[in-house]
Design a protein around this ligand. Structure first.
Ligand code: M6R
Length: 612
């Protein structure tokens, strides 16, 4: 999605803005731009379609110098990716705006502003903001902050805004509603961004804006007003780690680095949350113990990979905790008339905590009478965390690759902790089973390390996919969502069409697709469904389909003509979904590398989907 960077300093800030944009590249975008106010008072911009590199080239031949500026990476929503649609947008020669989000009443505003004589040079909703602000500025006697405060109520939709004007060079303005913004605090200089990662090269101290906040940022001070217009202080957060996240280290891609980080981050997600033989329910927050005892149902809502984690959890919650569980994608849930069962815990799962549909679903759910809300999330400062009653933070660290990997496995770990905590609170989980699973969780990082050690074997297997256009992924039980996640990874980064099915559904339709050009990928832990799965695989082989099977060492499956078996370390069946995810991630990664796609920033996709 779009990215924002802003700076006000005494030094030249152009390189800081560009470096900030580079650090936001992982979010996905199709054009980039920067506007800088020079010491002589000229506001100038450079904009380019394509990568930040193109913008850098433009700046190399036509440099911009100044100590106040804003920059943006745009992911097209209104209007095609083009230079004239790229941000910053100007009104006149002195006012510039960059915007994340969508202004829903842009057509009405556009007509009104045209009536006032404004000429539009782009197809974007953002241009209505800058002209509206220009119009309001005149009404506010040239006071930019007053003009922004007056214009904001006229904007319907979602926005994170950064504004600068040549007429007030002492300030950088920001406004947040539905799209995150963070102020980076320096010494005699301050910064703004849509994600703190953009500013880690200049500061480690941050102030997160809340919904409805407007901020006036000067070189040596920051003033913030809340949604009611009252002056407020926002807490300063200092980071002491995570700077290494923006670095690929020895790895060729962030995705590969993040896949290999999984033993470490799973370990971190478990830290402080396990007692000798039980899960520490306080990990979910101080009220969790009392609340969990009253939970009779669970409703999970999430998108994409996070939705797949929730699907695995449904199997766990019903089987291990004896609690009925429903799961739905957030974009459907938010627009559906939902019948809420009494005593239902509403659970959202999100890496970013800023996914527009998941946030909207949470906000709707609050009106519907759920017992409480719980966010399983990777970003402690996110909107989802701030707006939920209970939180379990996954400790995956910043995830840069657009294709989610370590966020998924740490979500699964968080959901297993939830299953065990709820099972015990409801009296449905035997203490011996909880103790056994706690022990298995402790061993999980080691098992994951063993799975990653098979990278070379999986790289070899990936060659089977290099020329293929379609693939099937099969799984049974809790491995079905793992198959879905495997298919999502493959299509996201290699652009190969991939479908996942519960293996038992094969002969109800998809078997018609199977031939020598359609590889079938299967995950086969050693459980009570193994024999049934083996029959499904025979059905594939009988139609000439090529099989790639990730199988438990104890599953007694071996290579044969058209059958490629990769033996996986043995693991407790309950935790098999975590382990079996890893070879599917590696497979997608190697196929994408072979096909030469942009692994970390696949086409058309954004890391954090902050618009509908
Ligand atoms: O930040 P979230 O977990 O809420 O994001 C949800 C999806 O947009 C995300 O999982 C997406 O599907 C990933 N690109 C998958 O790799």
């Amino acid at each position: 999605m779009c990215g924002i960077v802003g700076a006000i300093a005494e030094r030249n800030i152009t390189a800081i803005l560009v470096e900030g944009l580079k650090r936001l590249e992982y979010r996905g975008y199709d054009s980039a731009g920067v506007a800088v106010l020079s010491a002589a008072g000229d506001l100038q911009r450079r904009r380019r379609v394509g990568k930040v590199y193109e913008l850098e080239q433009a700046l190399a031949s036509e440099p911009l110098t100044g100590s106040l500026g804003i920059a943006h990476t745009r992911w097209a929503t209104h209007g095609a990716p083009s230079e004239r649609n790229a941000h910053p947008h100007f009104s006149g020669e002195q006012l510039a705006v960059v915007h994340n989000g969508i202004i829903e009443n842009h057509e009405t505003l556009r007509e009104r502003l045209k009536g006032l004589g404004y000429v539009f040079t782009s197809d974007t909703d953002t241009e209505t903001i800058v002209h509206l602000l220009h119009h309001t500025l005149a009404e506010c006697g040239g006071d930019l902050t007053a003009a922004l405060k007056a214009a904001i109520p006229e904007l319907h939709g979602a926005y994170g805004l950064a504004v600068i004007s040549g007429s007030q060079p002492d300030r950088l303005l920001a406004a947040r509603s539905g799209s995150p913004l963070v102020i980076g605090l320096g010494l005699g200089e301050n910064f703004l961004a849509s994600d703190q990662l953009a500013l880690r090269q200049v500061t480690d101290r941050f102030m997160y804006l809340e919904e409805g906040d407007i901020a006036e940022i000067h070189r040596d001070s920051v003033q913030i007003w809340d949604a009611s217009g009252a002056p407020v202080q926002r807490e300063t957060v200092q980071y002491h780690d995570g700077a290494e996240a923006a670095d690929k280290g020895e790895y060729r891609h962030f995705m590969l680095k993040e896949i290999h980080e999984q033993p470490k981050v799973v370990q971190r997600t478990l830290e402080g949350r396990l007692g000798n033989d039980h899960v520490l329910v306080q990990a979910f927050g101080p009220q969790a113990e009392a609340l969990f005892a009253g939970v009779r149902n669970v409703q999970i809502v999430a998108c994409g990979t996070s939705y797949h984690a929730g699907m695995v959890a449904r199997y766990w919650l019903e089987e291990l905790a004896g609690i009925p569980c429903q799961i739905e994608v957030a974009s459907e849930f938010r627009y559906r008339k939902v019948v809420v069962q009494p005593d239902t815990l509403f659970v959202t799962i999100s890496q970013s905590g800023e996914t527009a549909d998941t946030l909207a679903a949470l906000r709707n759910a609050k009106q519907l009478g759920y017992l409480a809300s719980l966010a399983i999330c990777n970003v402690g400062t996110s909107s989802l965390v701030r707006e939920s009653d209970l939180t379990l933070l996954t400790q995956a660290g910043p995830e840069i690759g657009v294709a989610s990997t370590k966020a998924f496995t740490t979500q699964l770990v968080g959901l297993m902790l939830l299953t065990l905590a709820l099972g015990r609170a409801r009296g449905n989980l035997e203490a011996t089973i909880e103790a056994e699973l706690v022990e298995e969780l402790r061993r999980l990082p080691t098992r994951l390390g063993e799975a990653l050690a098979m990278d070379k074997i999986i790289e070899k297997v990936s060659e089977l996919f290099a020329e293929k256009h379609h693939t099937l992924f099969l799984g049974r039980g809790a491995q079905y969502p793992v198959a879905m996640e495997g298919a999502l990874k493959l299509k996201e980064i290699s652009y190969i069409h991939a479908e996942a099915y519960p293996a038992g559904e094969l002969k109800h339709g998809p078997l018609a697709l199977v031939d020598a050009d359609m590889p079938v990928v299967t995950v086969a832990p050693n459980n009570e469904l193994l024999e049934k799965l083996k029959s499904n695989l025979q059905e594939v082989r009988a139609r000439g389909g090529e099989l790639i099977v990730f199988a438990d060492t104890k599953a007694a499956m071996s290579n044969g003509e058209g059958t490629h078996v990769v033996n996986m370390p043995h693991i407790h069946d309950a935790l098999a979904p975590v382990l079996y995810t890893l070879p599917l991630q590696l497979l997608s990664y190697h196929v994408a590398v072979l096909r030469g796609t942009d692994v970390d920033q696949p086409r058309n996709l954004a890391k954090s989907v902050t618009v509908e």
